[in-house]
Design a protein around this ligand. Structure first.
Ligand SMILES: C[S@@+](CC[C@H](N)C(=O)[O-])C[C@H]1O[C@@H](n2cnc3c(N)ncnc32)[C@H](O)[C@@H]1O
Length: 253
């Protein structure tokens, strides 16, 4: 089954000018108290979550495992005349991909760390930490896996969306809880125009649900203080434990 990251064109359909503005609002709140001007996102994907930072004046570097997503990131940046320095790398070895470089903040956006097994997360955060300047920050966002495992939700729906050419896009996810503790997200897209279904796409993503304490414990172990735990997006007004997605900002002590 295909990965959505081989179809960056479809991945990006969910992002609109409205989401771009909402993401900027998120960053204003999430990074408000931190001294940050240079940022590395180690799972930048097509960039629609971190390119707004370049528009806000941050110096942005990005890396990702997927060349297809990086190509889309480059075209998204060019379209908006934004500067971003891009590299292909697995975040588990990001320290060796950018030797000698340091950043005010190294981040992983888009619930990407749960692609690796729970046991690998401390090593990935260690590789990220090697690129953080003294007193700098690690930021990450994640689905609220504690809540997912508690509720064992199976279906996740998005609002229908009308694309620029009038096509209606419907999408939903079906979540399988695998016997080995991993989860398979089945991502279903339907495109409909003039009353006819014109395209259907199904993708599969395999995650390793990561309880929040894995991130918190690993960051503390690395000598970080967690200075903010917020919803993602930060403007969402619900207790973090009850919301779908959260973000952590931690400062190196
Ligand atoms: C859900 S996308 C998030 C992309 C972007 N940050 C966003 O929020 O739209 C997950 C990204 O993680 C990347 N990824 C998965 N495993 C990775 C790894 N081990 N190292 C680097 N990138 C990885 C995928 O290629 C994909 O671009």
């Amino acid at each position: 089954m295909a990965s959505l990251y081989d179809r960056a064109d479809i991945y990006d359909l969910g992002f609109t000018q409205k989401t771009w503005e909402q993401v900027k609002e998120h960053w204003q709140i999430a990074l408000s108290d931190a001294e940050i001007s240079s940022i590395l996102d180690v799972s930048i994907g097509s960039g629609m979550v971190t390119l707004p930072l370049a528009e806000m004046g941050y110096r942005l570097t990005g890396s990702d495992l997927s060349e297809t997503m990086l190509r889309k990131c480059r075209s998204n940046a060019d379209e908006r005349r934004l500067d971003v320095d891009l590299h292909t790398s697995d975040f588990r070895t990001i320290d060796t991909a950018l030797p000698g470089r340091t950043f005010d903040c190294v981040m992983s956006t888009g619930n990407s760390l749960p692609y690796i097994e729970n046991e690998e997360i401390p090593a990935a955060l260690t590789a990220m930490d090697k690129l953080v300047r003294p007193g700098g920050y690690i930021y990450l966002d994640s689905r609220n896996w504690d809540r997912i495992l508690r509720n064992r939700q199976r279906f996740y729906f998005y609002r229908p969306q009308t694309l620029q050419d009038g096509t209606r896009m419907d999408r939903f996810q079906v979540w399988d809880y695998n016997a080995d503790g991993s989860m398979t997200f089945n991502l279903v897209f339907t495109f409909e125009k003039d009353g006819k279904v014109s395209q259907r796409e199904i993708f599969e993503e395999r995650y390793h649900p990561a309880p929040r304490r894995i991130f918190e414990d690993s960051l503390k172990e690395l000598g970080y203080e967690i200075i903010a735990l917020r919803n993602y997006p930060a403007q969402a007004d619900l207790p973090v434990d009850e919301f779908d997605w959260y973000c952590i900002l931690a400062q190196k002590q």
